[in-house]
Design a protein around this ligand. Structure first.
Ligand code: SF4
Length: 309
């Protein structure tokens, strides 16, 4: 039984900097689509961003859902998921001590924990984890496109049915998007599907987004034409990023998403001035994990049939 590869499993896997400079993750692709200047601040300038309670709660809930499947099926209960919250939070704070300073007082911290626990409870209304045996969790996926661009990312969960059909699952701690933002949410999933398809030649059967904020599931069955179109879009996006790198023209794009941007004080859209561009742009930090191979671990069949492939 093969476990999913994780970044950093093998210390001999030194980062290939040349490859990193030609790689893109779904998060950074989304950043550029949201606002080229935001992409620059994150990827080129590496500007720090204060920890956000919403993002930290997402990380915590993801960590609990990942660890939940360490338990034998019968132990995957709402009570056990809640028990995992404390230890996972302690681990996060050990790794990133700034997180502890996010709360003004104990009451705020307790309310934040309650929200995370509520999301976990909601998860159990959407899926029955006792009937699932994920093939991979937090799986590193990497693939090289014919254009020379490397796709990289982490898939929350990969289920493989006995029939070999693949389902990519992503947990979201927000609410399901309006129709306007639906395509954006699906882009990330198609990105992963394309990476799997190009790496192993297997077209995933189902893309599934689980929204723990409001208890909705979005499912989509991609076909080859979808993924070919996604590949075209990603290649065009990469060309636009390269153009911005060459010209230094990282234009701000004001939108509702600016409300969540940590860089308003240095953004021209808000009267600020960006810092001078660094001379040597470093590699995309979201993809700066040690590379293992341009492939994904071979899927093994689930021991239990996933609910809904
Ligand atoms: S505030 Fe808005 S326009 Fe400015 S960098 Fe952030 S996302 Fe872009």
């Amino acid at each position: 039984m093969q476990a999913a590869q994780s970044a950093g499993d093998d210390p001999a896997d030194a980062p290939d900097l040349e490859l990193l400079a030609r790689s893109l993750s779904p998060s950074r692709a989304a950043d550029f689509m949201t606002c080229p200047l935001l992409y620059r601040f994150r990827v080129i300038d590496h500007l720090p961003e204060p920890p956000s309670p919403a993002a930290a709660r997402g990380t915590l809930v993801h960590a609990v859902l990942e660890r939940l499947f360490d338990e034998p099926a019968a132990g995957r209960t709402p009570a056990h998921a809640r028990q995992l919250l404390g230890p996972q939070w302690d681990r996060m704070v050990t790794e990133e001590p700034d997180l502890a300073g996010m709360f003004d007082d104990e009451q705020q911290r307790a309310a934040w924990f309650d929200e995370a626990a509520g999301m976990l409870d909601r998860y159990f209304t959407l899926e029955d984890p006792t009937r699932l045996e994920p093939t991979h969790r937090e799986m590193s996926v990497q693939a090289m496109l014919a254009s020379g661009l490397a796709l990289r990312g982490y898939i929350d969960r990969l289920d493989v049915a006995r029939t070999g059909e693949i389902r990519i699952v992503d947990y979201k701690t927000g609410t399901a998007p309006s129709e306007y933002y639906e395509a954006r949410a699906l882009f990330q999933m198609k990105f992963y599907a394309l990476a799997l398809w190009r790496a192993d030649g297997v077209l995933p059967r189902m893309l599934q987004l689980i929204y723990l904020g409001n208890g909705e599931i979005m499912r989509y069955e991609p076909d080859e034409a979808d993924l070919v179109a996604t590949e075209r879009k990603i290649n065009a996006l990469w060309l636009a990023i390269q153009r911005a790198r060459e010209t230094g023209d990282w234009r701000p794009h004001r939108s509702r998403l600016c409300d969540w941007c940590s860089h308003q004080d240095i953004c021209p859209e808000f009267g600020g001035t960006p810092p001078p561009l660094p001379a040597e742009p470093p590699a995309d930090p979201a993809t700066a994990h040690p590379a293992t191979a341009i492939s994904v671990p071979p899927p093994r069949p689930c021991e239990a049939v996933p609910n809904t492939i």
